[in-house]
Design a protein around this ligand. Structure first.
Ligand code: AMP
Ligand code: MG
Length: 416
């Protein structure tokens, strides 16, 4: 997105897409990997392409409880009586030899023996001692799942760079993988800065508030599947902040802080960071979340989130999370954006892209509608909790009337 001339635009603010691309250009995917047991693999990033060593399914099997037989033995215009000569149960294949005009009782998942080719479901058969009367199914091969019909041995099943979710856990088990090579987990050290902040569990003196960012960040980092180190609340004191930066940079891939990156008198973060590392301060054309700091601190990547609680979550989601994803070797995925009808009007000044917190639902006709959560102040953290989506409003967009179509980004697994 390029900066467009606009009376309301603030030309020193960087458009969000430009900022994300510039940030991503400065970080690299980890090359380190480790083997982990399949039991510990959920959430990890696969670091090699994986091919199956076996056909899937591994043998012809029945998709129904019923009877297996030769299709050619059936009379297609009426029912056919076949003699029952055995059983094939899941885990207990038929041991005999299929013969003309016979059938076996077969259960779902049990092998269809070579020599039989078709299965009829139990409900379309009648049994009289060992004589089974079978209604012909539509075609030869009905209700049989053939060996290799899903994939053949040697076929690639999973690609390097994907995140192992529940489905991949099952796929890996299906092809018999007990250990899997994954990217090393990233380590993120984080702390809050601010003399007004107190940890939960303590009493508040006048002018003090609870430190909430450390907890929302902890939630976000947990959802992002990284290892984290919580360094607590650091007071607005230059040397305390310097000490915390050094401690964090020594042990982490990413150092994350909240607060102290705006232009207040006690905002020492900038000064100490410029002395300790290579830091760029960004004024982003986004709301909430204008001030954001980024750079290198020793070997670590540094991200300084704004202190306002909603701003810190939104900048994490929009900027830090893509950085984490790239550094942990994940193949990028475009966010899912849907269009919905706005049911509440929105006030907006052109100049910054806004991520208003919204509730996406369906109206009585099944159409997608979205409403804001109400007050959108950058300190109103309950707006994040009430929301299930962002209403994405473009940088140069002004007010939006109720009834307009807007772009909505449903929250994904990181924010849910
Ligand atoms: P700052 O970015 O330090 O200027 O802080 C901006 C606003 O966010 C102020 O109202 C702070 O009190 C508030 N704030 C900063 N850090 C936190 C935090 N960790 N938890 C809750 N609020 C915070
Ligand atoms: Mg502060």
């Amino acid at each position: 997105m390029s900066k467009q001339p606009n009376a309301c635009a603030q030309p020193d603010l960087m458009p969000p897409q430009e900022a994300i691309e510039a940030l991503l250009a400065q970080v690299n995917a980890t090359q380190d990997s480790e083997m982990v047991s399949l039991n510990d693999a959920v959430g990890r990033v696969l670091s090699e392409d994986l091919a199956s060593c076996i056909d899937l399914p591994p043998f012809d099997n029945s998709s129904m409880d019923g009877f297996a037989f030769r299709f050619e033995d059936l009379n297609l215009s009426t029912s056919t009586e076949l003699t029952l000569i055995g059983t094939s149960f899941a885990g207990h294949p038929f041991k005999g030899t299929p013969q003309a005009n016979t059938c076996i009782r077969i259960m779902t998942g049990a092998p269809v023996p070579a020599g039989y080719d078709t299965v009829q479901m139990q409900e379309k058969t009648t049994t009289n001692a060992d004589i089974i009367s079978i209604e012909a199914p539509k075609a030869k091969g009905a209700n049989v799942r053939y060996r290799g019909e899903e994939l053949l041995a040697g076929t690639n099943v999973l690609k390097s760079g994907i995140q192992i979710r529940a489905a991949e856990m099952g796929v890996l088990a299906t092809i018999g993988i007990s250990q899997v090579r994954v990217k090393r987990k990233l380590k993120v050290a984080f702390f809050s800065t601010g003399d007004e902040l107190r940890p939960v569990g303590s009493d508040l003196a006048p002018g003090q508030i609870y430190d909430s960012n450390r907890y929302s960040i902890k939630g976000l980092l947990t959802q992002a599947n990284v290892e984290w180190v919580d360094l607590g609340v650091i007071e607005d004191d230059k040397e305390a902040i310097r000490g915390a930066f050094r401690e964090a940079a020594e042990q982490a891939d990413i150092v994350l802080t909240s607060g102290g990156v705006s232009v207040g008198d006690a905002d020492y973060t900038k000064q100490i960071l410029s002395e300790e590392g290579e830091i760029t301060f960004w004024r982003l054309a986004i709301k909430p979340g204008k001030p954001f700091a980024f750079g290198k601190l020793g070997k670590a990547v540094f991200c300084g989130l704004p202190g306002n609680p909603v701003s810190s979550m939104v900048t994490f989601y929009k900027l830090v999370w893509p950085i984490i994803n790239k550094m942990q070797g994940l193949t990028p995925k475009a966010p899912v954006i849907v269009k919905a009808t706005l049911s509440t009007p929105i006030r907006k000044q052109p100049g910054r892209a806004e991520y208003q917190r919204g509730v996406l639902s369906r109206d009585e006709n099944g159409e997608l509608v979205v409403a804001t959560t109400g007050g959108q102040g950058s300190g109103m953290l309950t707006s994040m909790s009430l929301a299930n989506c962002f209403i994405n409003l473009a940088q140069f967009q002004g007010d939006v009337e109720a009834g307009s179509t807007v772009e909505v980004e449903p929250f994904n697994s990181v924010l849910c």
